[in-house]
Design a protein around this ligand. Structure first.
Ligand code: NDP
Ligand code: HSE
Length: 439
C-alpha cells in the first residue's frame, strides 16, 4: 500500500448525496485506496443546520455551517460540492478553485449555466472540476462520451435522464397513479430537486442535455438554446392510447448533430414499446448513443438516489486523486474537446426539426369530420400512419380520435394543428406528442 499521505476532502452538503457519498467512502475505503493509490479522508463537511439528524454518522468529521470557511480550509485538497442550486454553489466553487483546490460536483445546474466560467477558473489554477454525477446519477456517461468514445464522431444521443420524471411516468403507466402522489413519493425517495418543478418541467433534463451535447459534439454549453417541455400535462388517457398502439411515452432528452446543425430538445416522446429505452422504468436512466464508429449503444442504470449518485461522486474523487501529480496541460479536457477547438455549429430551430407525431383530438361523431382532418393533413403533406377512434366518455358529444403520422417538419405540423383546431367539429385543444423510432 502507498505510503503517501491521505488526500484530504471537504464536503459541502450533508443531504441525500452528501451522506450517500460519506457512506460509500467509509464502507469501501480499502477498495478505493487500492484504486486511487492513496487513501481519501473526509476532514470537514458543511451544512445549513448542524442540529439536523443525518443519514451518516458524522461524529468523526469536523462540521461547520460556514461553507466559506470550508473552501478556505488549508488542510483540504478536494472540495466536493453537494449543496445544489447555482448560488452560493457557484461562489463557493469559484472560491475553492481560487484557493487551489480541485472540485467534484453533482450539480448539473451549476455546470450547465456556469460551466464556462468555472472551467476557465480551474484552467487558470491548474486544477480539475469533475462532474460525472451531474448527469444520469450512477451511469458513467460523461466518462464514456469523453474518453471511451473519443475516436468517434458522435451523431446523436437520446436519453431518459431525469429519474423523477421516469419514476412518475412509470407509476402512472403501471398503476394509474395520481401525478401529485407520485411526485411526493419521488421527493421522499430523495430523487427530486429542491424545487421539483425543475424535474417535472424538464429543466433538470435540459441542464443535463446541455452538458451531454457539449461533450458529445464539442459545442459550447448552451442551455438557453434547448427546447424544453415537461411532463406536467401528460394525461393518463394518452398513456393508455399510446400503449394500445404499441408505444410508451417517455420523457426524452435528444441531441443530434448533422449538416443542418445541432438539435437540442427535451420533451415527452412516444417510442415503440419494444425498444430498449421504453423498458427503462422507475428511477432508472438510460442514454442511447450513436457514434460513427461504435454504432448504436445504450448505457443504463439508476439515475438518482443517494448511493448510485455517490458511486459517480466517488469515481470522480478517485480520478482526481490519480491525476494529482499529472501535468495540468495534459489532463482530459473538462468538456472532452480542447477549449480552443469548439465547433460553432448552429442550433437547428424547432420549426425545422422532423419527427413523427401522435395527435389526439375530441371530434364530433358525425360524417365528414375525419375527411376534413385528412384533407388538412394532406394539404401539409403529412401522411397518416394510423388512425383510431376511441371509446367516448359517457354522455360526451365528442369522441377522442388518435392519429399517428409519418415524419414531418415541426412547422408543417403546427400549421396543420392550427387549422384542425379551428374546425367547428373539433372541440378544445389538440394534444400532440412527437414520436421517435431510432431506426
Ligand atoms: P439535499 O437537498 O438532500 O442536500 C443539500 C445539502 O446541502 C443539505 O445538507 C443542506 O444543508 C446543504 N446546504 C444547502 N445550502 C447550503 C448552504 N448555503 N451552506 C451549507 N450547506 C448548504 O440535496 P441532494 O443531496 O439531493 O442534491 C445535492 C446535489 O446533487 C444537487 O446539485 C443535485 O442536483 C445533485 N444530484 C442529486 C441527486 C439525487 O438523487 N438526489 C442525483 C444526482 C445529482 P441542510 O441539510 O442543513 O439543510
Ligand atoms: N432530480 C434529479 C432526477 C436527480 O430526478 O433525475 C438526479 O440528477
Amino acid at each position: 500500500m502507498s505510503k503517501l499521505a491521505s488526500v484530504k476532502v471537504g464536503v459541502l452538503g450533508l443531504g441525500t448525496v452528501g451522506c450517500g457519498t460519506l457512506d460509500v467512502l467509509a464502507r469501501n475505503a480499502d477498495e478505493i485506496s487500492r484504486r486511487a493509490g492513496r487513501s481519501i479522508e473526509v476532514v470537514a463537511a458543511a451544512a445549513r443546520d448542524l442540529s439536523k439528524p443525518r443519514a451518516f454518522d458524522c461524529s468523526e468529521i469536523s462540521l461547520t455551517d460556514d461553507p466559506y470557511a470550508l473552501v478556505a480550509d488549508s488542510r483540504i485538497d478536494i472540495v466536493v460540492e453537494l449543496i445544489g442550486g447555482t448560488e452560493p454553489a457557484r461562489e463557493l466553487v469559484l472560491a475553492a478553485l481560487a484557493n487551489g483546490k480541485h472540485v467534484v460536483t453533482a450539480n448539473k445546474a451549476l455546470i450547465a449555466l456556469h460551466g464556462n466560467e468555472i472551467f476557465a477558473a480551474a484552467h487558470a489554477q491548474g486544477v480539475t472540476v469533475a462532474f460525472e454525477a451531474a448527469v444520469a446519477g450512477g451511469i458513467p456517461v460523461i466518462k464514456t462520451l469523453r474518453e471511451g468514445l473519443a475516436g468517434n464522431t458522435v451523431q446523436s444521443l437520446a436519453g431518459i435522464i431525469n429519474g423523477t420524471c421516469n419514476y412518475m411516468m412509470t407509476a402512472m403507466k403501471d398503476r394509474a397513479a395520481n401525478f401529485d402522489e407520485v411526485l411526493v413519493e419521488a421527493q421522499e425517495l430523495g430523487y427530486a430537486e429542491a424545487d421539483p418543478s425543475f424535474d417535472i418541467d424538464g429543466v433538470d433534463a435540459a441542464h443535463k442535455l446541455t452538458i451531454l451535447a457539449a461533450i458529445a459534439f464539442g459545442v459550447p454549453l448552451q442551455f438557453e438554446n434547448i427546447y424544453v417541455e415537461g411532463i406536467r400535462d401528460i394525461a393518463l388517457d394518452d398513456v393508455r392510447y399510446a400503449e394500445a398502439l404499441g408505444y410508451s411515452i417517455k420523457h426524452l432528452a435528444i441531441a443530434a448533430n448533422d449538416s443542418s446543425g445541432v438539435q437540442l430538445r427535451v420533451h415527452p416522446t412516444l417510442i415503440p414499446a419494444r425498444h430498449m429505452l421504453a423498458n427503462v422504468n422507475g428511477v432508472m436512466n438510460a442514454v442511447l448513443i450513436r457514434g460513427d464508429a461504435v454504432g448504436q449503444m445504450m448505457l443504463s442504470g439508476a439515475g438518482a438516489g443517494a448511493e448510485p449518485t455517490a458511486s459517480s461522486v466517488v469515481a470522480d474523487l478517485v480520478d482526481v486523486v490519480r491525476a494529482l501529480t499529472t501535468d495540468p496541460g495534459n489532463r482530459v479536457p473538462h468538456l472532452a474537446f480542447q477549449p480552443d477547438a469548439l465547433s460553432q455549429a448552429p442550433v437547428c430551430p424547432m420549426a425545422d426539426v422532423e419527427s413523427a407525431y401522435y395527435l389526439r383530438m375530441d371530434a364530433r361523431d358525425q360524417p365528414g369530420v375525419l375527411a376534413d382532418i385528412a384533407r388538412i393533413l394532406a394539404s401539409h403533406e403529412i401522411s397518416i400512419e394510423a388512425i383510431r377512434q376511441q371509446e367516448p366518455a359517457a354522455a360526451a358529444v365528442t369522441v377522442p380520435v388518435v392519429i399517428l403520422t409519418q415524419r414531418v417538419r415541426e412547422q408543417a405540423m403546427q400549421l396543420a394543428i392550427a387549422e384542425m383546431t379551428a374546425l367547428a367539429d373539433i372541440h378544445g385543444d389538440i394534444v400532440r406528442y412527437r414520436m421517435e423510432t431510432f431506426a
